[in-house]
Write a protein that binds this ligand. Structure first.
Ligand code: HEC
Ligand code: HEC
Ligand code: HEC
Length: 437
């Protein structure tokens, strides 16, 4: 069904393309430059650009494991195949050393490389397009001031016909309309700064919104939750499912340190986002938190305290009866209680000190619509964010059946959300993905 939809989509796109937009299908080359204009690289601009690159998380995608920063080669899995990020160091042969500011600008706004090839939206230019000219210049200055690294980008492995780049002209026509950021007059200057950073460079909605069959962000479901690299990205702001309402302070803690005492730790693809924000300009990170708070309902102190108390009441005290005597529980929950006792309880119990892990009932992983994040955390462990380096969780190598059982128990005990369906099958899939060579 899915493949059929995609193929149809590609044909529709192809028809639109041939329907009179030929000029956009084959854009021209922008002439290479002989050398980078040193005047374009003042210290001020380079420093500003370094901050913007942190907020844009450029290094997360443009750095392969074990490689130099931003020399490319990271494999990004998409429903359409594998796309490799490119070398964006100023190497003349394999990077962007021959790119003028105009060529860089076109890539970031229109998704077209210097030679005139269309770029895949795995590169989030649909978000970057709205940045200001001044920010564009600063980013360019920063990238061009880095040490050049020679690293040839690997060819993408995409299914036909999506490996044919001119088709992307059709995609852009349907889903990409580059236009400058429009401040919201109802917001303060700080809130607008945060909104600008989050919507453009921060590309938060690239992960936190669902995508349609063409891989484009569904604007109607903006920030209502999405997926990234096998993880669920939670719904944010008014759409949040957190049992404790997010406050501005919580957002500040989470975005800087990757950990909020009322919520959870940043894991999976969110780790590199917070690690880069940890190193970014403080005012900018506060601005993002202020903006997030502006789209989140507020709660008074009494409501917050009762929400916190309700979650903590489900923590397991010392001496907890894992036989669940007298409680109504399915055989799977009962089996899971024992798996939890053996593998999790020594760390995940009643929280009497900040050095202990946060209450499981407040985490997204436990309250989410599917157990993906919980499975990923258990099987892959948690690499702590820079701002919370003591909060490492080692992987717990459970077998698929135990994984399913422990998920059933965790959900039953710590969340008020309905039980997860099809746990045994989901756990098997997750298990085989994590243990694949
Ligand atoms: C989510 C992953 C991701 C992020 C984040 C990202 N990029 Fe990329 N970028 C890519 C991929 C993938 C490509 C190659 C696309 C293709 O082959 O069509 C690319 C291509 C590019 C290109 C074109 C280079 C060339 O040789 O064709 C430039 C320039 C670029 N990115 C700059 C940036 C900058 C600057 C940032 C941060 C502000 C950034 N990217 C953040 C994934 C990413
Ligand atoms: C590459 C994908 C990706 C990007 C980009 C991204 N996030 Fe996330 N985010 C995630 C994932 C995945 C999680 C869940 C992490 C977990 O379960 O531990 C998450 C979690 C969060 C949470 C916790 C929400 C909750 O209810 O638990 C907040 C807040 C958040 N992100 C804000 C942001 C902001 C703000 C930005 C942009 C500056 C952003 N994210 C960009 C993937 C992403
Ligand atoms: C050695 C201690 C330890 C053990 C054992 C352990 N954890 Fe954790 N767990 C942690 C730490 C540390 C964190 C990070 C959160 C924090 O510090 O507040 C964490 C976080 C989590 C989270 C929240 C993830 C997120 O993205 O917010 C879940 C869910 C979780 N653990 C489940 C489990 C389960 C299920 C088991 C048993 C199979 C288990 N843990 C075993 C220490 C442990």
């Amino acid at each position: 069904m899915k493949a059929w939809k995609i193929t149809t989509g590609a044909c529709v796109a192809a028809l639109i393309v041939t329907g009179g937009y030929v000029a956009n299908v084959f854009p021209g080359e922008i002439a290479p430059i002989d050398q980078i204009d040193a005047e374009a690289l003042t210290d001020d601009l380079v420093n500003q650009g370094a901050n913007l690159a942190m907020i844009g998380d450029c290094a997360a995608c443009h750095t392969a494991k074990g490689n130099h920063d931003t020399s490319g080669g990271l494999a990004l899995q998409t429903p359409f195949g594998t796309i490799y990020s490119t070398n964006i160091t100023p190497d003349r042969d394999t990077g962007i050393g021959t790119w003028s500011l105009a060529a860089f600008d076109r890539a970031m706004r229109d998704g077209i490389d210097r030679q005139g090839k269309h770029l895949y939206p795995a590169f989030p230019y649909d978000h970057f397009a709205a940045i200001t000219d001044a920010d564009m210049q600063a980013l360019y200055a920063y990238l061009m001031s880095q040490d050049p690294v020679s690293a040839q980008a690997q060819a993408n492995e995409l299914i036909f016909p999506l490996n044919f780049r001119p088709l992307l002209a059709g995609w852009k026509l349907l889903f990409h309309s580059p236009r400058p950021f429009q401040p919201d007059l109802a917001l303060s200057e700080d809130q607008n700064r945060g909104k600008y950073l989050a919507e453009t460079l921060g590309h938060c909605s690239a992960c936190h919104s669902p995508r349609n069959v063409f891989g484009a962000v569904k604007q109607a479901a903006y920030l209502k939750g999405g997926e990234a690299e096998g993880w669920l990205a939670p719904p944010l702001g008014g759409a949040s499912i957190s049992p404790i309402i997010w406050t501005e302070d919580d957002y500040v803690d989470y975005l800087f340190d990757g950990l909020s005492n009322h919520h959870s730790i940043a894991a999976g693809p969110m780790t590199s986002v917070v690690d880069h924000l940890y190193e970014a300009n403080e005012d900018d990170v506060f601005a993002i938190a202020t903006w997030l708070a502006s789209i989140t309902p507020t709660a008074d102190e009494a409501t917050l305290s009762s929400q916190v108390a309700a979650v903590r009441a489900r923590d397991l005290p010392d001496g907890f009866d894992f036989a669940l005597t007298g409680l109504q529980a399915t055989p799977q929950v009962l089996a899971g209680a024992n798996v939890f006792k053996v593998n999790c309880f020594k760390c995940h119990k009643e929280r009497i000190a900040d050095t202990q892990p946060v209450s499981l009932g407040q985490t997204f992983a436990v309250n989410a619509a599917t157990p993906s994040n919980l499975f990923n955390v258990v099987l892959g462990g948690i690499e702590p964010p820079l701002g919370s380096s003591a909060h490492r969780m080692q992987a717990v190598p459970l077998l698929a059946a135990d994984l399913a059982d422990v998920a059933a128990f965790v959900r039953w005990r710590f969340s008020v959300q309905p039980a997860w369906e099809g746990l045994a099958a989901n756990a098997k899939t997750s298990f085989s993905q994590h243990t694949a060579p």
